[in-house]
Structures are given as structure tokens and as C-alpha cells.
Design a protein around this ligand. Structure first.
Ligand code: NAP
Length: 525
């Protein structure tokens, strides 16, 4: 039998094998071993210093436009290797081609977006934040706020569900800002991340130290961080707590962005009727959100709020569509929904459903249908489950537990005020979507939900054909959410660059400010 290959890490400008056996990555449908990863024995201090000193200096020597061109070159390399990425995603993530596209093509699109945005920043090396402000009666003494790239590394600790997009949606604004990246992908799906980094490194696009990858255990990574470094974490609320309380963040003021779990909502206009356009749009979107990537999206709809009179009609309409979702091996063309990423997630999702069921009724459960080309004793495949609650104000678990799979709960409301209050019981979410034909209702809901959500996605009949999807994170729009969602902010166009820059104020003569301004470009996110 051939041994399972070990993926090397790329650190300190060279490929390095971790020691020991490491962790074995599996095919979540077939259960077969694919590759191994290990970060044991790496000299992390050397790797972080190399990235900070060599990678950082080389990137900062370039202009925004030059760095944007590097992003454009990365796009070309990733595009040239797309087939390999799809093959890895099928094998290691258990996703259908359509679901792999969300991760792979979503990443390429995001990189391309930042390449274009960066090009427009021209040959500047810093960003001018706002106008000059007079600080004395005599206008000769003024202040100008500037944003300069931080002189540290950006450490990314990522979740298992987006091994491609999760890397590049963070790396694009970091590299454009002039900050070197060290990516630590989630172990279960690290292969795709490692392969993409390998392709970019092999193509010789980036300066030495600009992009590193550490696969396997996260042990020791946070310890390397110093005052000018940043860490961007995506994952569970539990790990987020560990990151936040780490001395690097708590004592050394390492800037920290957290994207954690979220109980995202969908809200139907109380004026909607069964079968009207808003109703149908909600039903379609809920089904899409529950099944895309088998519900393993931090932005997926988990709670669906409909007027009490429409509860049964909504349950039937969603159930009818979910009943057509074939689940199983993504290699079979008839499969609509693939696997979860691992058997551990399979166990966790089943336990989560059981937990939700202690409060909710079951409105649809697809688990009686046979899996397509997959052994239920081996494959991490879970069929969609729609739960429901007619008195959600009395529920607790349903507003607290995120089940990271094809699961959502329908909830009845009696008034808009009650619905908004129940939505806020998620304690801060990434996204809420509202379904209505009435612009005034949408504006009201957006204003009411804005302070507890990173995004409010409004689906009305006039945008139905072009809207980007409740759960799709687009680079021009904010990703993140307050409270339980982690309190972080990513993307949002050039706003993303703010995390990788430090703001300071030059207080000085107009002449000095003129010289400074010549090397900067106005920051207009
Ligand atoms: P997780 O268990 O928290 O793992 C996330 C990452 O943290 C992995 O790379 C993991 O490495 C690493 N990690 C684990 N323990 C650590 C520690 N003590 N110190 C430093 N790093 C550590 O989360 P997950 O299960 O992969 O992801 C699912 C969760 O992520 C869901 O709750 C979902 O809502 C959330 N999520 C949020 C977003 C968002 O943008 N808001 C996006 C996607 C997912 P190992 O894999 O090696 O353990």
C-alpha cells in the first residue's frame, strides 16, 4: 500500500515537512485517506521573522498599483489550475461542482475585484484619510491623517468550510495593503489551501516571505504575534474566545478580527400572501441557503420568520422543494447536495438537530431517502431538515444553537415588532434577508436590523433575477457582524484595507504636508 503523502508547509521562504505522522485528511464521502499535514517541529519564530522582515519590506517597497498587478497575476495562476482545485474540493470537501464553485470561483472573483480596486489607487504608498484640518489660527499649521501599511504579518486562522475563498478574501486586501500573509487553514480541508499557495509560490509571483502556509496544528502560532502584527480568525465562537484572550491580543494589542458563528434570519413582509412574489422568493432562497454547501456557510439562513397565517403554507412550500434534493456522492451527476466535510461534522450536525428538536417540531426530514452512490455508514452526508416552532418567543435553544449543516427552523410571528425582537435574540448576526414588494418595508426593516447585523439583504421582485443571494459574500459589501458573529468586519470594498493599515496624524507645516501628500492617494472606501 502506498503511504499517504505528507503536504509540506511553506515557511521562511522554503518548503518544510512537519515531523511525526501528523493528521490525515479524508474523503468525506468514501472515507479514504488523501494526504497528511503536520506543523510539528517547524521553527515558527524564524518563519514569522522572515515574513515580517523580508516579505513586509519587499511588499511595502511596491506601490498599490504594483501590488494590485500581483493580485492580477495570482488570478491568472489560479484560473490556470482550476481543474485541479475542483478535483481536490470533490475529494476533500465532498462538494458538488456547483458548491465547489462558490469557494473556488468566489475566491478568484474576489481577488480580481481587489486587483481592479488596487489599480485605481495608483502609484501611491500610503493613503490619505480625509482632508487637512487647520490646527492654528495661521493655516500654516495643519493636520493630515494618513493610513500606512502595518509593519507586521497578517496571520489567518481559517474555518474548514471555505479553504479557497477563506484564504483569498483575506489575503487580497492584506497583500494589496503591503502586509505579508501566513495562512493556517483548518486541518480537515487544508489541502486546497496548501495547493493554491503552492501554485502561487511555484509561479514566483510574490516576493519571498509574502505568502506562507502552515498546515496542521495551530500550536504556537499566536505566540509569535507582536504589536504590529494582525490576526484574522474565522471559526467557532469557542475558538474565538481562546484567540481573544491570548496574551498576544490581551497584552500586546495585536489587532484581531473575528468572524464567528451566526444565527442568520430570513424575514417575510407581514403583508405577504401565500403564493405571492415575496412568498415565493423567500421559499426559493431558504431552500438554496439550506442546501448550498450542505448548509456549511456561516451566512446560511438558520431561522425563518413568517406571519403566523403563512406558517403552514411556508412549511409545505419549502418541504416540497427540499424533497427534490438528492444527497450523496458529488461525483454522481444526479446528486444535488454533497457531504459535510467530515464524519466529525456529521456527528456534530446530528447532535445539533437532536438538540434543536428538544424545542422544535419536524416539518421536513429528508433522511429516509437513500443516498446517491454513498454508504450511509461511511459518508458524511446529512439530508436537509426543516424544523418549526409556532411560539418561537418561548424557545431558547433555537435562538442560541447554530447547527452547521442543511438545517433551518421556521418560526411564526404575530407582529413586525415581535419578529424584529426575535431576530435580535440571535445576539448579532452576519446577515438577515427581508422579502417584500414594498420598498418602505425594506427600508424600515434595514434600519431596524442594521445595528445587529453586518448585512441586510433585501429580495424584492424587481431584483429577483439579479440579486447576489442571501448567503453569498460579495467583495464590495461588508462581511462580519456584531456580538455573537464575532464583532469583525471584512471586505466592504477598500474598507478592508483599514485592518492592515495604521492610522496616524501628521501635525505640521503646509509644506511638509504637501510633500507627504505627494506619496499618498485619497482613501475613499
Ligand atoms: P474551529 O474549530 O473554531 O476552527 C477554526 C480554526 O481555528 C481552524 O483552523 C482550527 O484549526 C483553528 N484552531 C482550533 N483551535 C485553536 C486554538 N486553540 N488556537 C488557534 N487556532 C485554533 O471552527 P470550524 O469548526 O473549523 O468552523 C466552523 C465554525 O466557523 C462555524 O461555527 C461557523 O459559523 C464559523 N464560520 C464563520 C464564518 C464567518 O465568516 N463568520 C465563516 C465560516 C465559518 P484545526 O482545524 O487544526 O483544529
Amino acid at each position: 500500500m502506498t503511504p499517504t503523502p505528507l503536504l509540506p508547509n511553506f515557511l521562511a521562504g522554503r518548503w518544510q515537512d512537519g515531523t511525526g505522522h501528523g493528521a490525515t485528511l479524508l474523503d468525506p464521502v468514501l472515507g479514504t485517506p488523501l494526504v497528511r499535514v503536520s506543523s510539528a517541529g517547524l521553527d515558527l519564530a524564524e518563519g514569522f521573522a522572515f515574513a515580517r522582515e523580508q516579505g513586509g519590506a519587499a511588499l511595502r517597497a511596491l506601490t498599490y498599483q504594483q501590488r494590485a498587478a500581483l493580485l492580477g497575476d495570482i488570478v491568472k495562476v489560479l484560473q490556470a489550475n482550476r481543474d485541479a482545485y475542483y478535483a481536490i474540493a470533490t475529494a476533500n470537501c465532498g462538494t458538488t461542482t456547483k458548491d465547489s464553485a462558490v469557494d473556488i470561483d468566489g475566491a478568484i472573483f474576489t481577488l480580481g475585484y481587489y486587483a481592479k480596486q488596487g489599480e485605481a489607487l495608483g502609484d501611491a504608498k500610503l493613503l490619505l484619510d480625509g482632508e487637512r484640518i487647520r490646527m492654528a489660527k495661521d493655516p500654516v499649521f495643519q493636520t493630515q491623517h494618513i493610513l500606512s501599511p502595518t509593519r507586521g504579518v497578517a496571520l489567518f486562522i481559517n474555518a474548514f468550510n471555505f479553504p479557497s475563498w477563506g484564504l483569498w478574501e483575506k489575503a487580497a486586501p492584506a497583500l494589496l495593503s503591503g502586509v505579508p500573509v501566513i495562512i493556517k487553514p483548518a486541518t480537515a480541508t487544508a489541502w486546497l489551501t496548501q495547493r493554491m499557495v503552492k501554485d502561487v509560490v511555484d509561479a514566483g509571483i510574490l516576493p519571498a516571505g509574502a505568502l506562507s502556509v502552515v498546515c496542521g496544528s495551530s500550536a504556537g502560532l499566536m505566540d509569535q504575534l507582536g504589536p504590529f502584527d494582525v490576526v484574522s480568525f474565522t471559526g467557532s465562537a469557542e475558538t474565538a474566545r481562546i484567540i481573544r484572550s491570548h496574551p498576544a491580543v490581551a497584552q500586546r494589542s495585536v489587532r484581531c478580527n473575528i468572524e464567528a458563528d451566526s444565527l442568520n434570519s430570513a424575514l417575510l413582509d407581514p403583508a405577504a400572501a401565500a403564493g405571492d412574489e415575496a412568498f415565493n422568493l423567500l421559499v426559493s432562497e431558504v431552500v438554496r441557503e439550506m442546501t448550498v454547501k450542505s448548509g456549511q456557510k456561516c451566512t446560511a439562513i438558520r431561522r425563518i420568520f413568517v406571519p403566523r397565517a403563512l406558517y403552514d403554507a411556508t412549511a409545505q412550500a419549502i418541504a416540497a422543494k427540499l424533497g427534490k434534493t438528492t444527497v450523496g456522492n458529488p461525483r454522481n451527476e444526479t446528486t444535488r447536495m454533497g457531504a459535510l466535510v467530515s464524519r466529525e461534522q456529521f456527528d456534530s450536525v446530528l447532535a445539533g438537530i437532536a438538540h434543536l428538536k428538544t424545542e422544535a417540531e419536524v416539518l421536513f426530514d429528508g433522511s429516509s431517502a437513500a443516498l446517491v452512490d454513498a454508504d450511509p455508514a461511511v459518508a458524511a452526508c446529512v439530508a436537509p431538515v426543516l424544523l418549526g416552532h409556532r411560539q418561537p418567543a418561548q424557545a431558547k435553544v433555537l435562538h442560541e444553537v447554530e447547527v452547521f449543516g442543511p438545517v433551518a427552523t421556521l418560526m411564526a410571528f404575530d407582529s413586525l415588532e415581535q419578529a424584529l425582537e426575535l431576530i435580535r435574540r440571535g445576539e448579532g448576526s452576519l446577515v438577515a434577508s427581508v422579502y417584500s414588494s414594498d420598498p418602505a418595508f425594506i427600508a424600515l426593516a434595514a434600519a431596524e436590523l442594521g445595528s445587529s447585523h453586518g448585512r441586510v439583504h433585501a429580495i424584492s421582485p424587481d431584483v429577483a433575477a439579479v440579486q447576489s443571494g442571501h448567503g453569498n459574500v460579495m467583495p464590495m459589501s461588508l462581511h462580519g457582524g456584531p456580538g455573537r458573529a464575532g464583532g469583525g468586519e471584512e471586505l466592504g470594498g477598500l474598507r478592508a484595507l483599514g485592518f492592515y493599515h495604521r492610522r496616524s496624524a501628521l501635525q505640521g507645516s503646509t509644506a511638509a504636508l504637501d510633500v507627504l501628500a505627494a506619496s499618498g492617494t485619497p482613501f475613499k472606501p
